[in-house]
Design a protein around this ligand. Structure first.
Ligand SMILES: C[S@@+](CC[C@H](N)C(=O)[O-])C[C@H]1O[C@@H](n2cnc3c(N)ncnc32)[C@H](O)[C@@H]1O
Length: 268
């Protein structure tokens, strides 16, 4: 692994776990309650180095993980949290080389994770109807693959400024992932565009949306889709301090439901 270099994005973490994001630039300096830190003192170090600020505070320097990057990146639309993205990648069975369609792009959190998971032989087509969100997403994705990720392992990205309710141009898709308010309006298009055996995954915050989606799928598309499961993800952090070891008082409780269906061929 190469040492940290100019132009890379790093996170500085203090003793209390507070995190600062920095784009390394020779000759620059970063100031905080810990005093000053010269970028030149970081450039050339190994990932995971511990340095001292001008006030002699201990600072941990790391390349952010994708989850850490997503949490800190600029938000346009509400993102899917890393805890859910982790499970979504597994439930949608995103594999290297997959052809995936996603809508809406939002801030690009899920898009970035999908691009990484499909690898250099895969394609992610992402529909977004809001121009401003699309621009934010594009920047977030470019920053991750240009200034954070070390390897050139991203899939091909096709961002479309398009309303997915109007239709899906792509055919023979392996996977379709929807994070928008009325996923049932995409069922008709997903039926045409998804390969048999392909996976449709929808992410929605309310049970009413999931209920409407599953009823519509059952009543109108029961011959084309089979519901595989509905899930939610709880991730509770624990605190270990002195002689105490217990769950954190606060947690991100409800975020969204994950609905998974598979495309099937009707016989007889
Ligand atoms: C919750 S955000 C998606 C966040 C994204 N999954 C992420 O992780 O960053 C929902 C997005 O869907 C977009 N959207 C809503 N309806 C749409 C449609 N019919 N076609 C395309 N995009 C749509 C919205 O503009 C919004 O940006």
């Amino acid at each position: 692994m190469q040492n940290l270099k100019e132009g890379e994005l790093v996170h500085l973490i203090d003793k209390r776990g507070r995190r600062y994001q920095l784009l390394l630039k020779a000759g620059s300096s970063f100031s905080s309650t810990h005093g000053a830190i010269s970028h030149d003192d970081i450039i050339g170090l190994e990932d995971g180095s511990v340095i001292r600020s001008s006030l002699r505070d201990s600072i941990f320097v790391v390349r952010p993980t994708l989850a850490e990057y997503i949490t800190k990146m600029r938000k346009g639309a509400q993102i899917i949290y890393p805890k859910d993205i982790a499970v979504i990648l597994m439930l949608a069975d995103i594999f290297p080389g997959a052809k995936v369609l996603e809508a809406g792009t939002g801030s690009g959190a899920l898009t970035t994770a999908l691009l990484r998971a499909v690898g250099k032989d895969g394609i992610v087509v992402s529909y977004e109807k809001n121009t401003e969100f699309q621009a934010v997403a594009q920047k977030n994705i470019d920053t991750f693959f240009g200034k954070v990720e070390r390897t050139d392992c991203s899939g091909e990205l096709i961002l479309k400024e398009q309303d997915v309710y109007q239709g899906i141009e792509e055919k023979e898709l392996d996977r379709i992932l929807l994070d928008l308010s009325e996923p049932w309006r995409v069922l008709e298009h997903a039926e045409e565009s998804l390969l048999n055996g392909g996976i449709l995954l929808c992410y929605n915050p309310t049970v009413l949306q999931i209920y409407k989606l599953s009823r519509r799928l059952e009543l109108r598309y029961g011959r084309s889709f089979r519901t595989m499961g509905i899930y939610e993800v709880g991730l509770r952090e624990w605190e270990i301090k002195d002689r105490s070891m217990r769950p954190e008082h606060k947690m991100i409780a409800h975020t969204g439901f994950i609905f998974v269906a598979r495309k099937c061929t009707a016989r007889g």
